[in-house]
Design a protein around this ligand. Structure first.
Ligand code: ZN
Length: 79
């Protein structure tokens, strides 16, 4: 497994790990200064789920919940 930089927010870091444990991958978000990473579900195509992880969301707790909600909603997980 490749090493990645941890998110500065513990709550968001845990949510990202939650996604990774369910087969999600991340991509560097080069297009925005505010996005930390882009998360892609295991489907990994244009039809798959994806979401931006912000580096400094207004509420880290809410953003972490939002990440988990999108991961839970994904129906592409084959593992
Ligand atoms: Zn999905």
């Amino acid at each position: 497994m490749s090493k990645r930089k941890k998110h500065p927010s513990k709550a968001i870091e845990l949510a990202v790990q939650y996604a990774e444990n369910r087969g999600w991958r991340y991509k560097e978000a080069g297009y925005s200064a505010h996005a930390w990473r882009r998360l892609l579900c295991s489907f990994q195509s244009a039809d798959g789920c994806q979401m931006s992880v912000w580096s400094t969301p207004r509420s880290a707790e809410n953003h972490a919940k939002q990440i988990r909600r999108i991961v839970d909603r994904c129906e592409h997980n084959t593992e």
